[in-house]
Each structure stands twice: as C-alpha cells, then as structure tokens.
Design a protein. Structure first.
Lengths: 204, 484, 118
C-alpha cells in the first residue's frame, strides 16, 4: 500500500468516525467540535485530490468562522437533552428506512460499475510546481466573472439581512460622551425663561 | 498564465436592465441611510422609479436577437425580456399595496424596499441564466431576500417561525438542487445549458451517461418542485403564506413563480429536453398530487391566506401539467397560466391588504361576511378574482385552465385531464364559499373600508384586466406561445 | 504537487504524538488521590462543574455574522492576489466591482450603528 493510500484511509476513517460521533453525541457543543474534526478530515481528503484551495477555504471559512457561529447558537439555546432524544427515537425507524433505501439506490448508480477505474480514466498527478489556485483564479475572474459578481450581491444581501433582523437601533445604555461634556456651554444647560407674573382668575 | 479569454464592453448592453437595477439598489440603499424620517417616503418612490426604468429597459430589449454573453452564462432572448417586463411590472403593483400595508402595520423600513429590489434582481438573473451556476446564484439571491422579508416583522412570532421553516426547507431544497447539478456536471463536463443540451441530445450517448443524468435529473426536479411548491414538497407553502406579513405573502406568491418557471424551462426544456420521457413521468405524478391535495385540503381552511396557499398549490399542479405534454404549445400554455395566475393572485392579496385595518390582519374567511354591503366595489373585485380562479368563463382563469387541458388531451392524456377537471370542480366550492360570505351573509361589523386612491386605482385596473383579458385572451396567449 | 504538503503531514503526526504522549505520561505517572475536600470549590469560588450554557446577548451573534461575511470576502479576493499581474486591467475592474459592493455593505453597517457597542 502506498503512503498516499494509507493517508486516504486514515483521513476517511477520521471523517466517518467524527461524523458519526457528531450525530450520536448528546451534547450539542461536543457535536460542534466533532463537526470541526470532520471538516478537518474532509479538507485533508480534498488535499489528497489536489484541490488545495477548497481545502484551505474549508478550514479558513468553515472551521474558522462558521463553527464559531455554530457554537454561539448552541450557547444561546437552552436545549434539554431528554426532549431531543424523545423526538430522535420517534423518527428513527422512518429515517433509518429512508436512509437505507437512498443509500442502496445511490450505491447502485454511483458504484464501481459506473465510476470504477476501468470506466473513468485515472486523473494524472501534477508536478510539484503546479498551482491549483492559479488555475482556479484564471477561470474565476474571467469565465465566471458574472457568477463572481453575483456572489458579491449575495454577500451584500447577507449584510443587509443580518442587520435588518438582528440590530436594534434603540439605545438603552446610558454611556458617557466625553466630547459632548467638553463642548458643552452654560447656555445649553440652563435655560432662563421670563414668565410674566399673573394671578389665577378665581383668586381675584 | 494566460488564457484565450476576450471580453467586449459592448456586450454588456444586453445586461443593461440588471446593471441598472443593481446600481439603483446601491444608490437607494445609501440614500435611505441618510434620509430623515420626514422624507422616508422617498425610498418608496425611488424604488418604484428604479423598477419602472428597469422594466422599460427590458421592454426595449424585446425582439433583440438571441445573445449569449459572459462566457455562455447569460442569455438574452425574448422569453427573458418578456419575463423581466412582467417581473418588474408585477413587483411595482405589489409595491403599491405594500407601502399601504407597511405604513398601517408600522413596518415601514427602507431595507424592505431594497430587499424587494434585490429579490427582483435575483429573479432577473434566474430568467436570464444560461448556466446552472448562474441559475443557482439567482435563486439564492431571491430566496435570501425572501427569507429576510418574511422575518422583517420580527416581533410577530408566527412570521419568524414562517421564515425559519422556509429557510430550513429552502436550504435543503437548494442542497438537493446542487447535488443534481453536480451529477449533471460530473457526467456532461459542463454547467452551461447549451453544452448540457448538446451532451444530452448526442445520439451516441451511452447507457451509463443516461443513468447518471437521470439520477441528477431527479434531484433537479425535486429542487424545482420545491421552489414552485408542488406536492409533496409543499409543506412550507401554507405556513409561509399564513405567517408572513400579507404584503410579503403577496410578493412571494406571485412574482417568484415566473422566475421559477423560467428556471424550469432553462434546465429541463432547454438543457435536458431530450430527457423529457424521464422527467415527464415525475411531473405527471407531481402535478396530479398537487391538484388533488391543493383542491381538497383548501376546503377545510378557515384562514384565507392558508386557503390561497392551497389554491396556489393546485394552480402549480396545472402549470406543471403543461410540461407533461412535451410539446411547445403545452409549454406555452403553462407560461400563459403562470402570467394569469400572477394577475389573479395580485388582485386577491390586494383585497386582503385593503381589508387590513390598522394592526389587524383580515385573514379569516369569516372576515369577509357581508363585504358587499360595506364596500361593494372591493367585493366585486374579489368576486371576479374568485370566479376567475375557479375557472368560470368569461374570466381569464377559465382560458388558462382550458388551454392547459386542451394541450393535455391532444397529447393523449385523457384520464389525466378528467381527473384535473374533477378536482377543479371540487376547488370551485371554496372559491364560491367566499362569494357566499361576501354576498349572502350579514356582517358582524359595519365599518366602511377606505383605501388610498392609488390602491383603489390599481385594484380596479387589476380586476378589470382579469375580465378584459378573459374576453380577449388571444394577445397574451400569442405572446406566451411565441416565447419558446 | 502533493509532495509540497509532506512537511504538513509530518507536522500533524508529530503534533498528535506530542499531545497524546504528554497527556498519557501525565495520566500514567502522576499520582491521583482525590477526596471530597479536594474536589470541592475553595471558599467562595465557582463550582468546578456546572452547566456552561448561559444566555448571550444576540449582539455577539451580529458581530460573528458580520465577521463571517468579510471572512468569505477574503476567500474570494485571495486567489485574485495570486494571479493579479496576469489578469491586467480587466481583473482589476472585476475585483473593484466586487469590493465596491461590499464597501456599500460596510457603509450600511457603519451608518446603521451595527458596529457600535451601545
């Protein structure tokens, strides 16, 4: 067995094991951490496929940012384990049945008969000076320029959506404003009003 | 580090409506930030102006020879231009009602209009998408804006719940769609619709390639069926229609259907047209289920928004039936049906919005009791809409159903046509129930409903269009038939 | 291409070996004689084990989400930096439009006060 194959089986094992652990773990925080481990394993597998940019992005964006968000959400929610488990076992038979059928169908269609090495040619290994990112970038900013700019629109929507839904403009905190304090003048603070003396009518 | 890529700035002219709309989105977003509350209505007028100019720009491109730019990922043909005109036009109508609703429910915020414009941009991208990636990007731009619009009433838990349901189910559907796209890409080696079409039409295609294409096709159909809201992927429709603020329901129940239809045509007809034998069976099952479930479950609804949701599901069934026929005239009939559906749905939700009093949603069917005495004109429009939706001649809804059934019968599916007619008759019951409530029941409250002039005008035009186009349907029919 | 990553693999294995090895040595060799007094908290300290879930202010979430969006933006700009000289002016315009749209988002964010902590 080649070294690469050993790595492949090692990372695949970690990938499957951590994914299973993520689903089976009762503590949602642990699940999130197992998900990070499975992201790492997936990134390693992608690296073996020479998709280095995808691998780096998976770690940079998903592990670095999305999982932080996940953990925030988990911390924010008070989930009781028992209610979760009751639902889980209730749907288990149906879910398991559907999953088995889907897996059987998929393995029939996507099995070795269709995608084995005798049907699909083996991809060529690239030399050490080959840069995946250069190839990707040359396509991304020329041929895929339209979807690329649309991605910016999508990010813009996400910014607007996040602020519209989460941000509350009302200021509740009574914060000190030094600038305002320094610039204040007496006439802004005390207003002298001259009121003409008068008597109420019924007192006359 | 060079590739033979060339780009001509002139070619951008065919994407002028999109470019203009995106620029005005940016401008309106910035202007809205600096507006004082006294001038906040300016956002609404700027939005209407932007949508109108976008519509005019699209209108000018009708008849432009078919052009493909951005390395085969953007197409401008007559279908794209006509759909863009309808999308901008019906969005403008929806915005007129929306402003009224937002002011009454104190939901008026500049972001609302920006998000609507972004949703319109997403739909225009979908309509002009000529690669799977572009279609998907357009779909996500549209969906993300819609999720936010629904949740914009964030103090109403039912709206937040609806947004969350829509978001979770929409994300799953997007995942399925992407999985299907990846399969088609994996086997054909391209995400461009024209390349996929060339691959699928190749007579020397082997059985393995057909198998994988078929596998991907199933996921594509599921994704599209979800976005259209066909049974059994309809679970989000009633909850979202009920939970969303009525102005959002009005928008999301009408305009996106045009875009979803365009996506369907691009992927399944333009791209995988040669696989019609495979997907038409799926469509037959989906449409019959939608027509039956939509018609029967609507009978038990007491909330008019939920009822219209199920009515939409059954309309979607009819639209999909047009694609079962496998002939161009059948697809044309489906396009005609969608345009008619948008017209009817705008009027129906328009009446619901008008009946909304300050902070109160008139979404129970019993709220329509005795409407003909309190406000006879609105009741008349509702009567026209309901009769049209039920498929009563001479209203437009009759011709849309009739043309679909005609195509279905001439394609040889006589049993299917009979089943569809039976369920259409069943569905007439709940449309007539509303008419009965409006005209033959006594109202429990006797307030006259007043509405601003612009809404009255738009509603009257909309209602009379349902009648007038119903009397002279040829023109719209010819347009629909010429698009493919 | 993959041979470039060999040092990374070696590093991962060494890191795992070190982490597991040191923990194992401590666990095997270190004496462990717990009693009730040792395990209880000292004077007015916190209990050693308690539920870590507490309610966060939703504003932390907004910051996290805005961070992700600009993190993603970096992911899109990053390949551009690699080929920037090969793309010429076209590439510059493309990335400028992209960044412009995000700057608009940033202005929106700033002006709405989403970056302020009350």
């Amino acid at each position: 067995m080649e070294f690469e194959q050993i790595l492949f089986y090692l990372f695949s094992f970690w990938f499957i094991a951590s994914s299973l652990a993520m689903i089976l773990s009762r503590n949602t925080a642990f699940s999130a951490l197992f998900l990070i481990l499975s992201f790492f394993s997936a990134a390693s597998l992608w690296l073996l496929l020479e998709a280095e940019f995808l691998a780096i992005i998976l770690i940079l964006v998903y592990v670095g940012a999305v999982m932080v968000l996940f953990l925030f959400v988990i911390k924010m929610l008070d989930i009781e384990d028992s209610t979760l488990r009751a639902k889980f076992t209730g749907y288990l038979p149906i879910g398991l049945g559907v999953a088995v059928i889907v897996i059987a169908e998929m393995s029939l269609v996507l099995g070795v008969d269709q995608f084995g090495l005798d049907v699909v040619p083996q991809p060529i290994r690239h030399a050490s000076d080959y840069s995946n990112i250069t190839e990707l970038a040359m396509e991304l900013y020329t041929i895929y320029v339209y979807p690329f700019e649309l991605a910016a629109v999508l990010l813009l929507i996400a910014i607007i959506a996040a602020i519209t839904l989460i941000h509350r403009p009302d200021k509740r905190a009574k914060k000190q404003s030094i600038e305002e304090q320094v610039n204040t003048q007496a006439k802004d603070r005390v207003r002298l009003v001259s009121i003409a003396p008068y008597k109420k009518k019924d007192e006359q | 580090m060079t590739n033979n890529f060339s780009f001509e700035i002139n070619s951008l002219l065919v994407a002028l409506p999109e470019i203009f709309l995106l620029s005005s989105i940016v401008i309106v977003l910035i202007i809205d930030l600096f507006l004082t509350s006294k001038f906040r209505q300016a956002t609404y007028y700027l939005t209407q102006l932007s949508l109108m100019v976008t519509g005019i720009l699209s209108f000018n491109l009708i008849g432009h020879p078919e052009t493909v730019i951005f390395s085969n990922s953007f197409i401008l043909d007559n279908m794209a231009s006509v759909f863009k005109v309808f999308i901008t036009g019906s969005s403008m109508v929806a915005m007129v009602y929306t402003r009224h609703y937002l002011l009454q429910h104190s939901l008026y915020r500049g972001e609302y209009f920006v998000l609507v414009m972004l949703a319109v941009l997403g739909m225009m991208v979908m309509v002009s998408g000529y690669s799977m990636l572009t279609l998907y990007m357009g779909l996500e731009i549209l969906s993300l804006s819609l999720y936010t619009l629904i949740a914009i009433a964030r103090n109403r838990s039912i709206a937040v719940e609806a947004a969350l349901k829509y978001f979770v189910l929409g994300a799953i559907a997007s995942g399925l769609l992407l999985y299907g796209i990846s399969m088609v890409y994996g086997i054909s080696g391209s995400i461009n619709i024209s390349d996929i079409s060339a691959f699928a039409h190749d007579p020397s295609i082997n059985s393995r390639d057909t198998l994988i294409l078929n596998f991907g096709l199933v996921f594509l159909v599921i994704g599209i069926a979800f976005k259209l809201g066909a049974v059994p992927f309809h679970m989000w429709v009633p909850d979202v229609y009920e939970g969303a603020p009525t102005s959002v329901t009005m928008f999301l129940s009408t305009v996106p259907k045009i875009a979803a239809l365009a996506m369907l045509v691009r992927i399944l007809v333009d791209g995988l047209g040669s696989m019609h034998d495979y997907w038409s069976d799926l469509f037959l099952a989906l449409s019959l289920l939608s027509i039956s479930v939509g018609s029967v479950v609507a009978l038990m609804q007491t909330n008019i928004k939920r009822m219209l949701a199920y009515s939409t599901i059954s309309h979607v069934g009819f639209i999909m039936l047009g694609f079962v026929t496998g002939v161009v005239s059948g697809y044309g009939a489906a396009i005609f049906y969608v345009l008619v559906y948008v017209l009817m749905s705008l009027a129906a939700f328009g009446v619901i919005i008008i009946l909304n009093n300050k902070g109160y949603e008139a979404d129970q069917i019993s709220d329509y009791k005795g409407l003909s005495k309190n406000s006879p004109w609105f009741a008349l429009v509702m009567l026209i809409v309901m009769l049209s939706m039920a498929g009563v001649p001479p209203f437009i809804g009759f011709y849309s159903k009739f043309s679909i059934l005609q195509e279905v019968v001439s394609a040889g599916f006589i049993t299917v046509a009979i089943i569809a007619v039976v369920f259409a008759v069943i569905s007439a019951y709940y449309y007539l129930k509303i008419i009965k409530f409006m005209y033959f029941d006594e109202s429990d409250k006797d307030e006259t409903i007043s509405a601003p002039m612009d809404i009255k005008l738009i509603l009257s035009i909309n209602g009379s269009l349902i009648l007038v186009v119903g009397l002279f349907p040829d023109r719209l029919m010819n347009i629909s038939m010429s698009l493919l | 291409m993959l041979e470039n990553y060999l040092p990374v693999v070696v590093f991962i294995f060494l890191g795992v070996a070190f982490g597991v090895g040191l923990t194992l040595i401590g666990w095997l060799l270190g004496p462990s004689k717990p009693n009730e007094e040792k395990n209880s908290q000292f004077e007015c300290g916190f209990p050693a084990f308690e539920d870590s879930r507490m309610h966060f202010n939703v504003r932390y979430y907004l910051v996290a989400i805005l961070f992700i969006l600009f993190d993603l933006e970096v992911a899109f700009v990053f390949p551009w930096a690699v080929v920037q000289s090969g793309l010429g002016w076209f590439g510059f315009v493309v990335i400028s439009v992209f960044l412009f749209l995000l700057v608009v988002g940033f202005i929106f964010e700033w002006k709405k006060g989403a970056l302020e902590w009350e």
